[in-house]
Design a protein. Structure first.
Length: 163
């Protein structure tokens, strides 16, 4: 059984698809494709069915990541099949922990930047939606910085499932 990770932001068109794409790339590089599965969703359904923000796609593709994506809303029934729910800011953390049907499920929800040793005390990835392209680049840098730590954190558990 694969180790399943879902990245969650507000609308699922900027931060979480960027995190999903970067982390999927890390999984493939680590040889864990099929052992670790990743997807993403939003706390709200405003953009369900839409593609990722074109600025997010451009920044991803300029940096060698896949930009294909279709937004969807997080469904609390998914907690049972997920091992980890990675959120991009503290508002998402509060929302998903409230939606979790059990304490065990609430404990699966973690902030992405908590896996970046250089993040300091501010663990939010700012929403680039109302910003400029540079804000999307900054978002990507934060996601990349945390992705290696996240992969290290789950590698042993994920590889144990493949054995």
């Amino acid at each position: 059984m694969a180790y399943r990770v879902c990245f969650v932001c507000t609308g699922n068109i900027c931060r979480s698809p960027m995190a999903e794409s970067v982390f999927r790339s890390r999984i493939v590089e680590a040889g864990l494709d099929g052992v670790v599965e990743t997807d993403s969703a939003g706390t709200d359904g405003w953009h369900a069915g839409d593609g990722a923000d074109p600025r997010a796609v451009a920044v991803l593709e300029e940096n060698g990541y896949a930009g294909d994506h279709t937004a969807r809303r997080f469904d609390p029934s998914w907690f049972g099949r997920l091992d980890l729910v990675i959120v991009l800011d503290t508002s998402h953390l509060r929302t998903l922990r409230r939606l979790a049907p059990t304490q065990r499920d609430a404990d699966k929800v973690r902030l992405l930047r908590s896996y970046d040793p250089g993040a300091g005390d501010d663990l939010d990835v700012p929403d680039p939606y109302y910003g400029e392209t540079d804000d999307f680049s900054t978002c990507l840098e934060m996601v990349e910085a945390a992705s290696d730590g996240l992969l290290s954190s789950i590698r042993e558990q994920a590889e144990g499932r493949a054995a």
